[in-house]
Design a protein around this ligand. Structure first.
Ligand code: GLN
Length: 507
């Protein structure tokens, strides 16, 4: 097999095993591609050419000695700049961390190294993973490789763009409310948000600890499964990590590739399949449902009534946790320190550093979170948001009594133009209305490409599946029924809320 940058990671791994390519050749191929296209795409914040080639040479030496560390040994991978990498800058897309070189590796990074994957660089992101377009990066936006005038999604637009532009066959992203899946949707890549606790958070610079998760960004489902098997598993350094044996995702992906979905029951979420979606997105989604039915799945409609409040609850819980997490950037311990003229106090230095180091979106969320947690407002805002969170989890539990998998489109629109929503935070937040519910509930989700809406010519729409478990699909059994079909939603990419988000809790 001839390997090119367009080959899948599984094919690259096979070619390495067959001896038709070396890891140094593969890594050079991708470094050359980065040199050629990243000036336009700007998927990367830091490139580590020497480090990656050294890791690749070590992988080749191991293989020559008859040893390999994992099925992906020698296949290069890009890492989102929110994961600590020993000896390599880690900025989280923020000026406040400019120049910070972590003295340790995040567990995910340590696992990648232990599995032999060379790391050519760190990818761009919205500052501290706050955003849906990667335009909030302090280092300039990433461009969608399918149309450079459009956004690559966010916050992990760098990882998605690197994989879509063939600058890396694999990448790591993080998803607090959709930052792996939404960029996947608008770049035509596969993005997986693992189960909460399934992949260690140690060394992932926290945005919102109770929601954050690192996961695979790839071009195929099998590649995501191979990567998940490398990064997943229990970590004693993360107290929320699940300490339980896990089945092989790779075996599950291979079993799923037979295309026989007989006995699998799929729920289309009522609240995420109505109005408020771009026409082309819903058209591709309905076609995907038809394909699932043809493959033998039973498709029914399932109502998850609390999902309509997920975004409101998320934008209280996330800022609350973020405001507490970001308090550690005080100009004393990490990165930027701005010292005002005169005889400044420690507080003056902190204020000047935070003023210069944090961008507008980060400041907005710190203010929001501090307010939501302040005395007198805690019960009214944060406390109520946590109650909604419980209701969302109960909706998932009730849904999974009925079906094995829930599906919806991943994002309401295809990739929008750079700058289009930058001055309108609510319009930006709405991109995650379908991805958010999985995070407060801790269930896993995957976004897979489902085609290009022809009307807009924009990049792809995708469907997202919060999955109950990776084995449930093969254990459920039910007779086939007609697919759910709903009326087409109007094109919407302005600030107006879709009707279901305008409903009040008691409507
Ligand atoms: N776009 C969402 C936000 O800005 C999701 C972020 C994420 O998943 N990191 O909060």
């Amino acid at each position: 097999m001839t390997i090119t940058i367009r080959s899948t990671a599984a094919e690259m791994a096979q070619a390495l095993a067959d001896g038709t390519v070396t890891s140094v050749e593969l890594t050079e191929l991708h470094l050359d591609r980065i040199d050629a296209v990243d000036g336009a795409v700007h998927a990367f914040l830091h490139i580590d050419r020497d480090g990656a080639l050294e890791q690749a040479a070590a992988a080749d030496a191991r293989r020559a000695a008859g040893e390999t560390l994992s099925p992906l040994d020698g296949v290069p991978i890009a890492v989102k700049d929110v994961l600590a990498t020993e000896g390599l800058p880690t900025t989280c897309g923020s000026k406040i961390l400019e120049g910070w070189i972590p003295p340790y590796d995040a567990t995910v990074v340590a696992k990648l190294k232990a599995a032999g994957l060379p790391i050519p660089g760190k990818t761009n992101m919205d500052e501290f993973a706050m955003g849906s377009s990667t335009e909030h990066s302090a280092y300039g936006p990433t461009h969608n490789p399918r149309d450079l005038d459009r956004i690559p999604g966010g916050s992990g637009g760098g990882s998605a763009a690197a994989v879509a532009a063939f600058e890396a066959p694999l990448a790591i992203g993080t998803d607090t409310g959709g930052s792996i899946r939404q960029p996947g949707a608008v770049t035509g890549t596969v993005g997986v948000k693992p189960t909460y606790g399934g992949v260690s958070r140690y060394g992932l610079v926290a945005l919102a600890n109770s929601l954050d998760r690192a996961g695979p960004v790839t071009r195929t489902v099998l590649d995501s499964a191979l990567l998940h098997d490398v990064i997943g598993g229990h970590d004693p350094r993360d107290s929320t990590s699940i300490d339980r044996a896990r089945p092989s995702f790779t075996d599950a992906a291979k079993a799923g590739a037979t295309g026989d979905m007989t006995g699998v029951k799929i729920g289309v979420i009522t609240e995420l399949a109505g109005d408020g979606w771009q026409d082309g997105v819903m058209a591709r989604f309905r076609e995907s449902i038809d394909l699932l039915v043809k493959a033998g799945a039973e498709v029914v409609e399932v109502s998850c009534p609390s999902f309509v409040h997920a975004m409101a609850a998320y934008y209280l819980i996330l800022p609350a946790e973020a405001s507490s997490n970001l308090a550690k950037f005080d100009a004393m311990r990490y990165g930027l320190r701005v010292v005002p003229d005169g005889d400044p106090s420690a507080e003056d230095v902190m204020r000047a550093s935070r003023d210069a180091g944090f961008g507008d979106e980060v400041k907005r969320r710190i203010i929001l979170g501090t307010y939501a947690l302040s005395s007198g407002y805690y019960d009214a805002y944060y406390g109520r948001a946590q109650k909604v969170r419980t209701l969302i989890s109960r909706d998932f539990e009730a849904a999974f009594e009925q079906v094995d998998v829930l599906v919806s489109p991943t994002a309401p629109t295809t990739a929008f133009k750079l700058g289009e929503k930058l001055d309108d935070p609510i319009a930006m937040y709405l991109n995650d209305l379908a991805t958010i519910p999985a995070n407060p509930a801790g269930v896993p989700g995957i976004s897979v490409p489902s085609g290009r809406p022809t009307r807009t010519g924009c990049p792809r729409a995708s469907r997202s599946s919060p999955l109950r478990s990776r084995t449930s699909a093969s254990t459920a059994s039910a007779p086939r029924s007609r697919p759910c079909s709903r009326s087409s939603g109007a094109h919407r990419c302005s600030t107006g809320l879709p009707p279901f988000l305008r409903r009040r809790p008691d409507d």
